[in-house]
Write a protein that binds this ligand. Structure first.
Ligand code: TGC
Ligand code: FAD
Length: 389
């Protein structure tokens, strides 16, 4: 019998290549997830409840807007942001979603495109978790093609009047401010719409089978008056929202590795102790091949995420690199979670075990931030020079 000292969840020893700061960030988030997320997450999922009381703890660790500089943000590097997402999603995709939306989809555009007044007003309380954001791009008639959005804003004197609706919006019903993308006569612009603005309403989307520990909502805008000082001045056009998606998709490419690791860890434990036909399940060739295949897929995803992070740090990461990583890593995690669910037999459909929860969550994760097909077509366009959208 052979023994091994390798970490089965990190066969290539990626942790050994991290800087001290990166390891410290990973350890801190790992502790938070072990102590505060894992004990409650099953119940949250069953009760369709986002654990809001975790927000101050996420903020205290500097996880909100962690890669932004100034305005109370931690200014961590891209690898740290990736590790944060990975550890949070080891707990649950819903917790990582909350941090992705707050950081990459709300704080990032304010930081990148906002006026100094907007940055001062929103970023410090958002970093402290006192002000929650949501990002409204998708509309009911088709999220894959945001250029075709119907939500529009028209000038009325110095103000704008916003009309339309957004669908499937993470944090929608708990947000204090919505970053809303709307068509104008000059092109798509971003608007900061505060909760309570007259004519702005939200509706919680209930009865989800996925991301049950996350708030998802529809947003409605009925003649909402938005003052000029609430428009993001620094960007016009689809590149505004798409650049935010690049940041969030980067985090997802790391995050889903955590979900897959959680599933594999549980399977190594389960197959090592469950006895069938007089031997541990793990002593069957067919089972070992499946476990080895999971480790192979996870390792590949880890290397892609790490290299993507290094490219981001060097400033050479392009959207197509992110598309390939988001597509590959979400597919990897979903396949691993589904296979783990199967290897648990009947127990695999029980909430007692994590794979089915991760599997159901990953059905959303592979869909949002660009479906698998959208990312395949982005890579295809890069290879052929032909636009198939
Ligand atoms: P195209 O018309 O060619 O480009 C428009 C302009 O945008 C620029 N651009 C980008 N800029 C920055 N970052 C990117 N990733 C960019 N991609 C494109 C581009 O250079 C151009 O600029 P300019 O100056 O020439 O005008 O647009 P496209 O053909 O690239 O886009 C088509 C397509 C299908 C890829 C795009 O529409 C798309 O990505 N669709 C999917 C939509 C999507 O992902 N929605 C996500 C909604 S948010 C969400 O799901 C949150 S879940 C959060 C959670 O809970 O974690
Ligand atoms: P559609 O665009 O209608 O796509 C339907 C199907 O058609 C998909 O399989 C797609 O791949 C396929 N398809 C589309 N175009 C093509 C093509 N050219 N060729 C072949 N096949 C194609 N959005 C936000 O703006 N903010 C959020 O915070 C947010 N959070 C979300 C949270 C959850 C839980 C979910 C499920 C979604 C969230 N979304 C959010 C929306 C998400 O981004 C969209 O669901 C996604 O972009 C797909 O849009 P759609 O659902 O309208 O599907």
């Amino acid at each position: 019998m052979s023994t091994t000292t390798l970490d089965p969840l990190d066969l290539y020893g990626i942790r050994g290549t991290l800087t001290e700061e990166e390891r410290m960030v990973q350890d801190a988030v790992q502790r938070l997830v072990n102590e505060r997320v894992l004990p409650i997450i099953r119940e949250c999922f069953e009760e369709h409840r986002f654990p809001r009381d975790l927000i101050p703890e996420l903020a205290a660790l500097g996880l909100l807007g962690s890669s932004l500089t100034g305005y109370g943000c931690a200014g961590l590097n891209a690898i740290c942001y990736g590790l944060i997402c990975q550890e949070l999603e080891r707990g649950d995709s819903g917790i990582r979603s909350f941090v992705s939306v707050q950081s990459s989809l709300c704080m990032y555009p304010i930081h990148a495109y906002g006026s100094e007044e907007q940055k001062q007003k929103y970023l410090p309380p958002m970093a402290r978790g006192e002000l929650i954001g949501c990002f409204g791009l998708t509309e009911p008639h088709g999220g894959s093609d945001p250029a075709n959005m119907k939500t529009h804003a028209r000038h009325r004197g110095r103000d704008w009047v916003l009309n339309g609706s957004k669908m499937w919006i993470t944090n929608g019903s708990i947000a204090d401010v919505a970053v809303v993308w709307a068509q104008t006569d000059d092109g798509i612009r971003g608007f900061l719409v505060d909760k309570g603005a007259r004519g702005f309403t939200t509706q919680l989307i209930e009865r989800k089978f996925s991301l049950r520990a996350s708030v998802t909502s529809a947003l409605f805008f009925d003649d909402v008056v938005v003052p000029q000082e609430c428009v993001l001045p620094g960007v016009v056009g689809l590149k505004g929202p798409l650049s935010c998606l690049t940041q969030a998709r980067y985090g997802i490419a790391w995050g889903v590795i955590g979900a897959a690791q959680a599933c594999l860890a549980q399977m190594l434990d389960y197959t090592g102790t469950r006895e069938l036909f007089g031997r541990p399940l793990a002593q069957n060739q067919a089972i070992q091949i499946r476990l080895a295949d999971m480790a192979r897929r996870i390792t590949g995803a880890q290397l892609i995420a790490l290299e993507l992070g290094r490219m981001k740090e060097r400033g050479v990461m392009q959207p197509v690199h992110v598309s390939l990583a988001k597509w590959n890593n979400c597919r990897m995690a979903l396949d691993v979670a589904r296979d783990c669910r199967d290897m648990l037999g009947g127990a695999g459909i029980s909430a007692e075990y994590a794979p089915i929860r991760h599997m159901l969550n990953l059905e959303s994760v592979i869909t949002y931030e660009g479906t698998e097909t959208i990312h395949e077509l982005s890579v295809g366009r890069e290879l052929t020079g032909l636009n198939a959208f």
